[in-house]
Structures are given as structure tokens and as C-alpha cells.
Ligand binder design. Structure first.
Ligand SMILES: C[S@@+](CC[C@H](N)C(=O)[O-])C[C@H]1O[C@@H](n2cnc3c(N)ncnc32)[C@H](O)[C@@H]1O
Length: 235
């Protein structure tokens, strides 16, 4: 473990600070929906996994579509036993490797270049921020299906089903930045058909900077849902 790895409770603000040192992808590919998870969303996700559900410390973690490694490195920072990050894009993995060196966690994470379908193994916990399917319809489904046959617990980010101004207002004024909401009926059906039981869904406000030419605003704010799922396939 590198010098940054934690074995005790750390403050969310310190986790967020650590995650902000994990660099963005400088050359994002639109078709792969290479948005980096904001440090705020990544820290909430990792905090729930680590400290509400005890699914990080001492556990074997799989990060599907790891990008520049924010979730992988966050899990290693919180004291995961092992972390495997998988991404289809070789260039983004080079950034992940450099990020790992930069935060002294190079020996704590293994990186694999390939499609999610190449993964074969059992993990305690899967973390993922899959492509939402904006560019390629239902791209998140292959990630969910693979996650449910790979990990006992799955933490997966998905687009909130509809633009809900009331929810956005509540999230903006909430201290915690999250609200428990109902799952989308389509995702619920898919998850149950693939052996998953949804334990909770948390809505959060995500903000991404203008990255591609078709983005018309400097920042795009939208609601993202964190699904906490238990797999009945992996015990
Ligand atoms: C929304 S980004 C999330 C990146 C990173 N996990 C993060 O949280 O910042 C989705 C990632 O999935 C990767 N990806 C897309 N399709 C993939 C596939 N079929 N197999 C593996 N990775 C894929 C993309 O290259 C991209 O890095």
C-alpha cells in the first residue's frame, strides 16, 4: 500500500481533496462518454460504500470503465485490499497509471485495457460510472450485467429518468447533497432479471464542465442516481 492508503475513518472533505488530485481525461472521446466523475459525487459514493455499508476496507474492488482512475484510487485510498480498474481506452489508462504514481498508490491498483466483457472473476464490490447510453443506447446495461456476475455488492451511477426541477431544488439546498429516491422501472426490471436486489437509490446533483463541441453551456447540471445493489449470483 502507498503512503496515502487509509486504515481508519477519514473525513469526507479529505477524501474529496484527495480525489481532486486525480486528474481529468485531457482528450475525452465522445462515443465512450468519457466524463470524469466529479470529486463530490465520487466522494459521496465511496463514503456510502466504505462507511455506511463496509464494502471497501479490506475488500477486493472492481472498477468497470475506470477512466482516469478516480473511483479505483479512491477505493485504494480508503484501504481496499485490492483494486482492479478496467477500461476499453488505452490512452485513458495511461492517465490512470500516471495518476496512481502521482498519489503514491501505483502498487495498490492493477489496470486492464479491454471491454467490460473480458472480466472474469469474483470481487467483493464493483464500483462503476458507466456510459449512460446517451451516445450508444443502453450502454450502461452491459456494465450492469457484468457487474452483477462479478461482485457481491454493486455501486452504479445512472442518469436520473426525468428532469425533475423540484428534486434539483431540494438537492441544491440539502446539506448532505443526496436524497433517497425510487429506482427507474426499466432499470429495476433489468437489475432483477439479472440477479440483483436494489438496496437503495440515492439522487445527487452532478455538474460537468463543457467538454465537447455539442455542449452549449459552460457547465451542465443534472441529477445522477447511485444504485446500491446486492447480487444474488455472487455470495
Ligand atoms: C463516464 S466515464 C467514467 C470514468 C471513470 N470511472 C470516472 O468515474 O471518472 C465511462 C468510462 O467507461 C469507459 N468505457 C466505455 N465503454 C466501455 C466498454 N465497453 N468497456 C470498458 N470500458 C468502457 C470509457 O472509456 C470511460 O472511461
Amino acid at each position: 500500500m502507498g503512503e496515502y492508503a487509509q486504515r481508519r475513518l477519514i473525513r469526507k472533505i479529505d477524501l474529496e481533496r484527495f480525489l481532486s488530485t486525480v486528474q481529468f481525461n485531457p482528450t475525452p472521446i465522445v462515443n465512450l462518454e468519457q466524463y470524469t466523475t466529479s470529486e463530490r459525487i465520487a466522494s459521496i459514493m465511496l463514503y456510502i460504500a466504505a462507511y455506511t455499508n463496509n464494502d471497501i476496507m479490506g475488500k477486493c474492488i472492481l472498477d468497470l470503465g475506470c477512466g482516469t482512475g478516480r473511483l479505483s484510487l479512491g477505493a485504494a485510498f480508503l484501504g481496499a485490499e485490492s483494486v482492479l480498474g478496467v477500461d476499453i481506452d488505452r490512452a485513458v489508462l495511461k492517465v490512470a497509471v500516471a495518476n496512481a504514481k502521482n498519489v503514491a498508490l501505483a502498487s495498490s491498483v492493477d489496470w486492464v485495457n479491454g471491454d467490460v466483457s473480458v472480466v472474469n472473476g469474483c470481487f467483493d464490490t464493483v464500483l462503476q460510472n458507466p456510459p449512460f447510453g446517451v451516445q450508444s443506447r443502453n450502454a450502461d446495461r452491459a456494465f450492469l450485467a457484468k457487474a452483477l456476475t462479478s461482485g457481491r455488492m454493486v455501486y452504479s451511477l445512472h442518469n436520473h429518468p426525468e428532469m425533475d426541477k423540484r428534486l434539483i431544488g431540494m438537492l441544491k439546498s440539502s446539506g448532505t447533497g443526496l436524497f433517497e429516491v425510487q429506482p427507474s422501472i426499466f432499470l429495476k426490471r433489468f437489475i432483477e432479471q439479472h440477479g440483483g436486489v436494489i438496496r437503495a437509490v440515492y439522487a445527487m446533483l452532478m455538474s460537468i464542465p463543457k467538454m465537447f463541441d455539442f455542449h452549449t453551456k459552460i457547465r451542465h447540471d443534472f441529477v445522477i442516481d447511485l444504485y446500491v445493489i446486492e447480487s444474488s449470483i455472487i455470495k
